[in-house]
Ligand binder design. Structure first.
Ligand SMILES: [Zn+2]
Length: 157
């Protein structure tokens, strides 16, 4: 995002929230060079998606749930807000392209919660190893120390 005041390309997000109708995100940014503050409005694509859970139950896709999980995994990690928004966008893009459904606009596409977990793990692994392990331990439900250790070893190779 380019600073409208000095043209610098390094700006950071200092606040981010949904608009009232939930169709866009308002981001408050600060230029890292001249410290000017400005807002941007970014359209959010509404996904009509059904998530099939492990027990077979179906649930409507909830982007907030995924975002909370990722932010929790990244807590106190040296990963900037830019990167967090990027990974969230990437994840949603992948979920969208890997979901399947009939070409009927009234029909929700479907994806399993397992596939969503896999996508999140892949993406999170690209940016931070610790966050990856945190997320994996929740998602993969490591049954014992042994499987956790195996995962650690896989990461080191
Ligand atoms: Zn500036």
């Amino acid at each position: 995002m380019i600073c409208p005041f000095c043209g610098n390309s390094e700006t950071k997000v200092i606040d981010s929230r949904d608009t009232n109708d939930g169709k866009a995100i308002r981001r408050r940014r600060e230029c890292e060079k001249c410290q000017a503050r400005f807002s941007t409005y970014e359209e959010m694509e509404i996904m009509r998606l059904t998530v099939i859970k492990r027990d077979g139950n179906k649930q409507e896709y909830d982007r907030a749930k995924i975002e909370i999980g990722i932010r929790k995994a990244l807590e106190k990690r040296p990963v900037g807000e830019e990167k967090v928004s990027k990974i969230l966008g990437d994840i949603e893009f992948e979920i969208n392209s890997r979901s399947s459904g009939k070409n009927d606009p009234n029909c929700f596409n479907e994806i399993t919660s397992k596939d969503i977990g896999k996508i999140v793990l892949e993406k999170i692994k690209e940016i931070d190893d610790v966050a990856y392990l945190r997320f994996a331990s929740v998602y993969k439900d490591f049954k014992n120390a042994e499987s956790f250790k195996k995962e650690m070893e896989k990461m080191e190779t």
